[in-house]
Design a protein. Structure first.
Length: 450
């Protein structure tokens, strides 16, 4: 009876892990069971989902000549099946006549049939489709992998619903918009951006018109900060002037001569030699509506000046190494003229939980209409869950790991030596006392006992 007791113990441990630690359960028991379930059910599931093709004419002819039974319909051929830390990846070779859209439309049925938590598909190349299947809810308790494929100006900020890491690549998508209602997780997402950028050679510029409550605790890693619209207008003007100076440098170093290959001609800061390349700048705007609202004529002039500067940076800043991260609760035409023109320049879109459908349309209505419904379905008890999309029309659910303000401050203080000193932004550099270690309190000797 010893083997029966051992079996019951294993089953009990597996059940406890699945309930309390789904990631551990997947790595110990779930991945093997799921792989066997997929391989055993594969042919029948594909046939039930209508993802098979009838036998070709030459196969029918060969079976008729050889007096054999009519061959069965064939599913897509499995090229590779391998496990990951969150699920399985199944790579398929489509049969003639099949389309990747057929696989994408059947992902929900495949999820039920294979007993997985989620299934997503993407076309790698013509005739090859990859199914990424997750074994549990990876967004419930986000655990970023220990190793990521980070690179200069490419940082990991969140985890996708298919278990992959969501990266913010500034060289591929220079400007982005982040929307979300109060308590939706927008601030935590912004903290992850700052803490990831703090470890790189980049200048951080912040505009936080909520009296600096979000960004000023991280001030040691910022080259410039503004906490009111008046200072923000002057800071943006300085950034525009800095952008023009960088363009003059690029023009002087373009090396356009007859004996220089085209590949060496400079068109942006990344084509310049390392010793003269300007430091890239990431501009974080915490609440854009505070920059666009006005109550009188004087404030309206300031507002137009701010929006014009932001639009110029969005249109021309990429080649000069200036990248925008604009956050807000709403970002629609009700904020005044120039807003929709600015939004059109923000390629990356991230929407946390929003209060109405029109807010989701502000983020995805012009690039990924399918993501609008996903954005308004984010529950209130899941702060941090968001929908990320771009101009290609693709989108995915993501969730950033929870980073407290204390953790973000510690990381920024640890990397404060990386903060570049830009002369154009020197008037806006936050004045902070130097970091000093607090001496440990002296311990008085204990009284002697008899």
């Amino acid at each position: 009876m010893g083997w029966l007791a051992s079996l019951l113990l294993v089953v009990a441990v597996a059940g406890l892990l699945r309930w309390r630690r789904p990631a551990w359960y997947w790595l110990t028991f779930g991945v093997t069971l799921a792989a066997l379930r997929v391989l055993v059910r594969y042919s029948s599931v594909m046939d039930a989902c209508g993802l098979t093709v009838p036998p070709s004419r030459w196969r029918l002819t060969l079976a008729r000549v050889a007096n054999r039974p009519v061959p069965e319909s064939r599913p897509p051929r499995i090229l590779r099946l391998w496990p990951t830390r969150t699920g399985l990846v199944l790579r398929l070779k489509l049969r003639p006549g099949q389309d990747s859209f057929d696989i994408s439309a059947a992902t929900d049925r495949l999820r039920h049939s294979f007993g997985m938590y989620g299934v997503t598909s993407r076309e790698l190349r013509s005739g090859v489709v990859e199914l990424r299947m997750t074994g549990y809810d990876v967004l419930k308790r986000v655990q970023m992998p220990a190793k990521t494929d980070g690179a200069p100006m490419r940082i990991p900020v969140a985890l996708r619903e298919d278990g992959a890491v969501h990266y913010r690549d500034y060289r591929a998508i220079p400007h982005a918009l982040t929307l979300g209602a109060t308590e939706s997780g927008k601030s935590v997402y912004q903290r992850n951006l700052v803490t990831a950028l703090a470890t790189q050679d980049v200048a951080l510029v912040g505009i936080d018109c909520k009296q600096g409550v979000e960004l000023f605790p991280l001030a040691r890693r910022f080259s410039a900060l503004a906490d009111n619209p008046d200072t923000a207008a002057e800071l943006l003007d300085a950034l525009v002037q800095h952008m023009e100076d960088v363009y003059h440098l690029i023009r002087a170093e373009q090396r356009i001569t007859a004996d220089v290959p085209d590949a060496e001609i400079a068109a942006d800061i990344w084509d310049l030699p390392d010793d003269i390349r300007p430091t890239p700048i990431v501009v974080l705007v915490d609440e854009v509506a505070e920059l666009a609202l006005f109550a009188n004529k004087e404030q309206e002039k300031r507002r137009d000046r701010i929006i014009t500067a932001l639009a110029r940076l969005a249109q021309l800043g990429r080649a000069a190494g200036i990248y925008l991260e604009i956050c807000g609760q709403r970002f629609g035409s009700e904020l005044g003229k120039g807003i929709t023109m600015l939004r059109a320049q923000l390629t990356g879109r991230t929407a946390h939980r929003v209060n109405d459908e029109s807010s989701a349309n502000m983020a995805f209505g012009d690039i990924a209409p399918d993501a609008v419904l996903a954005a308004i379905q984010i529950p209130t008890d899941a702060p941090g869950v968001a929908v990320a999309g771009d101009s290609t029309g693709g989108w995915a659910r993501i969730r950033a790991p929870h980073t407290t303000l204390r953790q973000a401050v510690n990381i920024c203080n640890r990397h404060a030596d990386r903060t570049p000193d830009l002369p154009a932004l020197a008037p806006f550099r936050p004045a902070l006392p130097s970091l000093t270690k607090v001496p440990a309190p002296a311990v008085e000797p204990a009284p002697a006992t008899v």
